[in-house]
Design a protein around this ligand. Structure first.
Ligand code: TXA
Ligand code: MG
Length: 351
């Protein structure tokens, strides 16, 4: 773990924007999760993101910009739906997929003709983008700052734990505290005939649907008039891989009613195992041998704390983490999406 984060003060931001301009990597906070950034228009720098994360080259990166003028330059076509959504939700936790312009190298889009764009709301991210616009392109390609397939980082220390030994001497990690939202952005695909949500996230489906109503657009409506599933799984969205967002510790999801019973049974049959439970407030008592972390019953607070809790537990060297299934609806849907993937990772490993 060679790397130490640097404070995201004006001096840190200016070092970070210089590093970006020189083709180095900079991990930085956004309101969703920490991103691993590089100058999006510098192909060598972008290649280093893929190498550091060990991410397959056909998994496209999201481009971050500070304003609409820059966002529009990255697109071949800017539909009215983009105008409406950008006005309502940017800066914020929403990524738009649009047809790319020639400015965008195919290396960042995984060879696709579409590009993912976002204006983040975090002051450090915006400060960095603005500083970098004075020295360079002002467009930062940034996936979440974790090893490919692992849980996204919401604190600088999680970035260091996941990627510290894969960063070079001139790469930087900016410490801007905890990310407020704690889940990745909602990805809305505006590049096709219909509007589709490719990844549920910080902005709920209902809000996107409501915003697009005046345009007569239905989110997820297909040409047959039948509503297509809102949460699409396409192989090109790496976050849609079933095992994405998985900690290395096996995960089992439990329904609220069963928790105590299931854990006692598990302990009986696996007496040597060290286990933990990720619960919501108000859960009845469990044996003291079980490590417990409690998350809020409020969806925003839960989302804010989820990845930090998973990353903490993952570093405990446990045999298994049990997670209480939260309720459904609204932001909980994005949380369910991530929990399902976290649990699926262990099934795929056959444990
Ligand atoms: O909140 C976020 O979105 C964070 C912060 C750092 O902005 N970023 C993030 O990036 O989660 P990443 O790379 O971990 O996930 C981005 C997702 C991937 O699943 C990628 O495949 C998808 O966005 N994506 C990017 N460009 C795309 C495109 N042109 N078409 C379809 N999916 C795209
Ligand atoms: Mg990611």
């Amino acid at each position: 773990m060679r790397h130490q984060p640097i404070a995201a003060n004006p001096c840190g931001l200016s070092s970070a924007s210089e590093a970006l301009a020189l083709g180095h990597l900079v991990a930085f906070p956004t309101e969703t999760v920490y991103g691993l950034g590089a100058d999006a228009l510098n192909q060598k720098a972008v290649a280093r993101i893929f190498a550091a994360k060990q991410r397959p080259a056909d998994h496209p990166l999201i481009l971050h910009v500070a304003d609409l003028v820059k966002a529009k330059k990255l697109c071949a076509h800017w539909p009215s739906a983009a105008d409406v959504l950008a006005k309502q939700f940017w800066p914020g936790p929403m990524t738009l997929i649009l047809k790319k312009s020639d400015v965008v190298p195919l290396a960042v889009t995984g060879g696709q003709q579409t590009v993912g764009i976002r204006i983040p709301a975090h002051p450090v991210a915006l400060g960095l983008l603005n500083d970098f616009a004075k020295l360079g392109s002002g467009v930062i390609a940034a996936p979440s700052a974790n090893r490919f397939g692992a849980v996204s980082p919401t604190r600088a220390k999680d970035v260091i734990a996941s990627l510290g030994d894969r960063l070079g001497d001139h790469d930087l990690v900016l410490d801007g505290g905890d990310c407020q939202v704690g889940l990745e952005s909602t990805i809305v695909d505006l590049s096709g005939e219909t509007v589709r949500i490719l990844r549920p996230g910080g902005i709920e489906k209902d809000k996107i649907t409501h915003a697009l109503l005046p345009l007569g657009l239905r989110v997820g409506s297909g040409s047959s008039g039948q509503e297509t599933p809102l949460i699409e799984n396409t192989p090109r969205v790496s976050g849609s891989l079933a095992s994405h967002y998985a900690p290395s510790t096996p995960i089992t999801l439990l329904n609220s009613g069963d928790i105590r019973e299931k854990i006692l049974l598990y302990q009986e049959t696996h007496p040597a195992e060290r286990i933990a439970c990720l619960l919501m407030e108000g859960q009845s008592d469990l044996p003291q041998t079980v490590l417990q972390k409690i998350l809020s019953t409020d969806a925003s607070d839960y989302a804010h704390g989820l990845y930090a809790a998973l990353n903490d537990l993952d570093r405990e060297g446990l045999d298994r983490i049990f997670i209480q299934c939260p309720p459904r609806g609204g932001l909980w849907e994005a949380i369910h999406d991530r929990l399902g993937r976290a649990a699926h990772g262990e099934n795929q490993n056959g444990t």
